[in-house]
Design a protein around this ligand. Sequence first.
Ligand code: UDX
Length: 452
Amino acid sequence: MATAGDRRQRLLVLVPCPYQGHLNPMLQLGAALQSTGSFSVTVAHTEFHFPNQSNHPQFDFLPVADSLSDADTSSRSFISTILKLNFNCKTSFQQSLTRLREQTDCQDEIACIIYDSLMYFAEEVARELKVPCIIFRACSAANTLTYNEYPRLQEEGFIPLLDSKPLELVPRLHPLRFKDLPIYKFEGLEKLLLLLKRSNEIGTSVAFVLNTIECLEQSPLMKLRQEYPVPFFTIGPLNKIAPPLSSSLIEEDESCIAWLNKQAKNSTLYVSLGSIVSINEKELIEMAWGLANCEHPFLWVVRPGLVHGSEAIDLLPDGFAEIVGERGRVIKWAPQQKVLAHESVGAFWSHCGWNSSLESISEGVPMICTPCFGDQRVNARYLSHVWRVGLSLEDMERGEIERAIKKLMASNEGEIVRQRMTDLKHEVMHSIKEGGSSYNSLHELVKYINAL
Ligand code: UDX
């Protein structure tokens, strides 16, 4: 809760998109800005996936009625759910914000609204209430660039994507191939394009904040800066810039740390496909046998819903637990940042969500890259082809899985990838030290907001 002292500070209102991979970096951004001592922070949040407030005593929370039905909240189509949230939340957010301003009794107290680009209704409200607003992007700069290209690619006849061209380079987006585009093989393309179009319009927003690092994405950032007439603040990796906080929507199984303590240095593979990917039962079984056969210790997150509509963990094949024994540990949700920072973790087999990618880079853990959809494909291409800190694994087939794990964890080629990841970690971590690009960008953002 805000203290009497806080009330003299200017207020930032954050509007996160209510999914784990968006909530984490937004709350980290709020914590980073708050740690400068210039602002108090209020998180405006939908009822859907409301974060546990007791984990965040430093923030105030402003509930926003979302009017989602049970069918909406259990829907597999998160694109439809986000479109609905934008439609449903505008009025309730405006009302909540108006009440907040009346309570604080000071029209100028809200310094600005920082909203996730997918929650574009917040920009409409900010415009109507004449409050400055800033866009936050939870994805990479390279991925953001792909959104800008879709209208041009549509005009040039490349969209809908032709199945015959998956390996061709996309004009203006090298080194991305058509199969690396977030729209590749996306079910419900029309809705996705609509969402991306709307989230790409900056409206009256005065700046962009990105969870990225200048040294990592120099070229995409340069192109983005040419496309938009507003300042860009690159404040990544937010998981390292912010004071530690936990915003997990599922309870973290901390017991895995005691298990990791028993493993040798760099010996263990951590496996997680993030918070939203779902695979089919056959793929789960192939993953299980690939891990069982690889002979390395592993910690595997099998989240409820990983196989849609199931607990997933119940679907592991007969005999798997007996064969693996103490060498493997399967849990429902990990304290991921602690796991990646653990010295026994030697590699991360990941879906390459942007947060997971940055968290792995910031701990110097080389990756096996199995993107499933959306921006994960762009991230995987950069990880394996540009930064070359990960190996690509496209097929969920037990033999391929076993080979990729052995290659990364027990071959000379794997050792070279590990060394490159260590070098990249040092470069990235330098950016958050005093005088580094992300450190400077955070302090420039504070000055910028204070001058609004
Ligand atoms: C999705 C997209 O894949 C991602 O690229 C986009 O930027 C955000 O939405 P998600 O699938 O959730 O994200 O993946 P990711 O971006 O990696 O975020 C997952 C977050 O959950 C990470 O911060 C990770 O640390 C956390 N996590 C994951 C846990 O805390 N425990 C787990 O067991 C798994």
